[in-house]
Design a protein around this ligand. Structure first.
Ligand SMILES: N[C@@H](CCC(=O)N[C@@H](CS)C(=O)NCC(=O)O)C(=O)O
Length: 241
């Protein structure tokens, strides 16, 4: 975390500014869901951002988590790390069991293992390296693939091939074990799959028959998990006026 550690203010109800379809906001919501931090989630529109959010974070990207009068986290990874450093709620254990029914390929998602892995500095750093690759290398190609008509200097197929470099790396990992960092859920899985979901959605038919069957199975299992379905509930846009 680049800011000094932000303690939770017991007198302040944390507020999360979020956008349902944003992959950065999705990963922050999943981590918060696994934590004991209760937040008021304010669904925003990117075209009409609440002035209160922009005042807190002038860069004006979601997610933004306000923890107190003057404490704000406006990077999804910082929010994840803060959330996963807090004890988890009992609802998690029931989540694990429900997940096992939805995923025959990867088995039960062990959220406790995820928390332990985040709290182990070496493992956390190992995960953050792959997440950096996702955010800094894969994501720019994903954007071009999604909006290829806005980047006519290359074809959609070219942008997809650039994205496939990362997808192929994930396929190799998933050939060795069911999840990205082993047989148990890690920060990598929940931080990265919302972006792979977007990549898959650009051309579902292509993705489903692509030479990445392990990535397909992993993605389906995570999309079907109770953790993901619980954070994708639709909320009305927050009204501030
Ligand atoms: N590095 C930031 C990136 C967040 C981000 O770029 N979010 C997008 C939505 S997916 C956004 O808010 N874009 C601003 C806009 O579209 O106006 C993070 O990890 O939180």
């Amino acid at each position: 975390m680049n800011k000094s550690f932000l303690p939770l203010d017991n007198h302040f109800q944390p507020i999360l500014y979020s956008f349902r379809r944003c992959p950065y906001a999705m990963r922050a919501r999943m981590a918060l869901q696994l934590s004991s931090i209760q937040v008021e989630t304010r669904e925003i529109e990117l075209k009409n951002k609440p002035p209160a959010m922009v005042a807190l974070s002038p860069k004006a990207t979601v997610p933004v988590l306000q923890l107190g009068e003057n404490s704000v986290l406006d990077e999804s990874l910082d929010i994840m790390l803060l959330a996963l450093s807090h004890p988890i709620e009992p609802l998690l254990s029931s989540g694990c069991e429900a997940a096992s029914a939805s995923s025959e390929i990867i088995g039960p998602l062990d959220y406790q293992h995820l928390i332990a892995r985040v709290q182990n500095l070496a493992q956390r750093n190992e995960d953050l390296a792959l997440i950096a690759q996702n955010d800094n290398q894969f994501k720019p190609w994903l954007d071009k693939y999604k909006y290829a008509e806005r980047f006519p200097e290359q074809t959609e197929a070219f942008y997809r091939q650039q994205g496939e470099i990362f997808i192929a790396e994930l396929e190799t990992r998933l050939t060795q074990h069911a999840l990205l960092s082993g047989s148990q859920l890690s920060l990598n899985d929940i931080a990265i799959f919302p972006f792979i979901r977007q990549f898959a959605h650009v051309n579902k038919a292509w993705f489903e028959q692509s030479p990445y069957p392990k990535v397909n199975a992993w993605l389906t299992a995570l999309i079907d998990s109770p953790l993901f379905t619980s954070i994708m509930v639709k909320r009305p846009v927050w009204q501030w006026a």
